[in-house]
Design a binder for this molecule. Sequence first.
Ligand code: FES
Length: 322
Amino acid sequence: MEQLSVIVESLCLQGTGNLAVSLQRPTPGEPLPEWQAGAHIDVHLAPGLIRQYSLTGSDEDRHRYHICVALDAASRGGSRYIHQQLRPGDRLTISPPRNLFALQPAKRVVLIAAGIGITPLYAMALQLEKQGIAFTLHYYCRRAEQAAYRQALSGDWHYGRCHLWYSDKGNSPRQHIAADVTEPQDDTLIYLCGPEGFMQHQQAVALAYGWPAQAIYTEAFKPAALTEQSGDNGSFMITLASTGQQWPVAPSQTIAEVLIEQGVSVPLSCEMGMCGACLTGVTAGVVDHRDTVQSEEEKTAARQQIALCCSRSHSDVLVLDL
Ligand code: FES
């Protein structure tokens, strides 16, 4: 995939512990590719350190991308690097925006975020406002001073309402249920973004109140796939639909590893089933899905895709559209 060169234009605090980073092209005035709310980019921070971040803010500014990164105590390197080493003027390589969490047509939208999960949902709120679609945004934070984009969210919105809920005021996501969730409505979709436990809890609450599963969209920004590998890690064969070449995948290998070993190029990024970079069509066989980027609907659709970095096969042979 074509990569883009950008420079860090600015870093600024956006709520305690969050750094908002704006990126622009090195050549002044050169536009960046268009994007829509829900999109993310891969950011190559240092050799071997590639992280996915949702784009945030308005999609109307074609000359800069905004991301916002929380300092994570359990950082695997990305958040720590951004908070401690990244400086204005640094040059970075990024991927073009990829959207696996796009807004779908609806009359009304409920956005529910926790922590830094606000980033794609803030962009969605701005997009819905622009399109004149009614929405409500619920944003859960531990304390008011930690909220990102608090001033903008607390301002006037024509088509939406934004509610900020704070755990230290007794409104943690476990204690508080948004009124919108207790009243399922037709033509309304829910979008969730936050830590995995928060998303699972919100999803379970919405389902319990009668929301259909297909009305709920989620974006995890922590790898859930690592805890979901309950399937049998047996061996199986993969076949390339174009050439008929066939190779075994041992229990200790991923499909991506086998393909790369055989000289087939695989676009890898997160390698945890989170980003969708390696999604590839499957023309025959039964996929053992272990990624978190695809919805349940996509995982059971007639035409399926497989995350080559982590998913496996329930059938003896899997034919890849390669
Ligand atoms: S590389 Fe990210 S889903 Fe496979």
